[in-house]
Design a protein around this ligand. Structure first.
Ligand SMILES: C[S@@+](CC[C@H](N)C(=O)[O-])C[C@H]1O[C@@H](n2cnc3c(N)ncnc32)[C@H](O)[C@@H]1O
Length: 249
């Protein structure tokens, strides 16, 4: 008999397991899928460019974030981690995929950036050696690959690792432009994530309602000659961690 559910973690693993193995993009089991994705570095994938997100550059230019300890969550080939290091942040960067981390390390070496890379599941690592506290947690393109129940793990990660007054910044698929808009329950019924989940501004405000919104806007479209990356099919959001009695939901 299988009567093993006792903790929230047990439920999380059970729900992870409802998805078809080939749909997995977020557990340690997905590392090989992402390795295949990164195998050919010359593929014309938009975020393979070696440029930081335009919103990240803008936050720095406008003083909305200032140097401190930063975590790049799902760092991929490291473009945003490297920019943060160049701006004086002490950066930890984590990704599931050994191929992504190897590429990010190559780029960091070429840029002379001192970054602590870790390969593995961010949820495991943040409950151990990457516990923070971080002044900035930055996520470009990881959150929208998580199944709905993993938002709970994600919020727990922010709760654990984001410093009081710290900033959390996110870029994720914009409903109407990119990502699946089917209801949460249907992802479980279909056992698939259909390439990622679309979010509306209202859904992001609701999910991150324990944080204070600083700015939520569409990413700007950046031309090929721009020094930053920008694709308008993404939302960009910057939130600030408030103390509990200030919480807005
Ligand atoms: C769309 S890519 C974005 C990469 C990078 N942030 C960028 O914008 O260039 C999403 C990344 O999230 C990583 N990822 C997904 N789930 C993860 C997890 N649980 N822990 C760490 N990394 C994860 C994947 O390996 C992948 O490299």
């Amino acid at each position: 008999m299988d009567r093993n559910i006792r903790t929230v973690d047990d439920v999380m693993r059970l729900l992870d397991g409802l998805f078809a193995p080939e749909a997995d993009r977020w557990t340690a089991g997905a590392a090989s899928w992402w390795d295949g994705f990164y195998e050919d570095r010359s593929r014309p994938v938009p975020f393979f460019v070696d440029k930081p997100d335009e919103n990240l550059v803008a936050y720095l230019d406008r003083g909305l974030i200032t140097p401190g300890r930063a975590l790049d969550l799902g760092c991929g080939p490291g473009r945003n981690a490297i920019h943060l290091a160049s701006q004086g942040f002490e950066v930890d960067a984590v990704d599931l995929s050994p191929a992504a981390v190897a590429w990010a390390e190559d780029r960091a070496r070429e840029a002379g950036a001192d970054i602590r890379f870790r390969c593995g599941d961010a949820f495991d690592l943040v409950s151990g050696e990457l516990g923070g506290p971080y002044d900035l947690i930055y996520d470009s393109g990881c959150f929208h690959h998580l199944p709905p129940h993993r938002r709970i793990s994600y919020l727990a990660l922010l709760d654990r690792a984001l410093a009081p007054g710290g900033r959390f910044a996110l870029a994720c698929f914009a409903a109407g432009e990119m990502g699946s808009e089917i209801p949460d329950a249907d992802f479980y019924r279909q056992a698939r994530l259909h390439g990622g989940l679309a979010y509306s501004p209202e859904s992001l405000r609701r999910i991150f309602c324990d944080l204070e919104e600083v700015e939520l806007r569409r990413m700007r479209d950046e031309p090929a000659e721009s020094s930053s990356f920008g694709e308008p099919f993404l939302w960009t959001a910057l939130f600030r961690r408030v103390t509990r009695h200030d919480a807005v939901c």
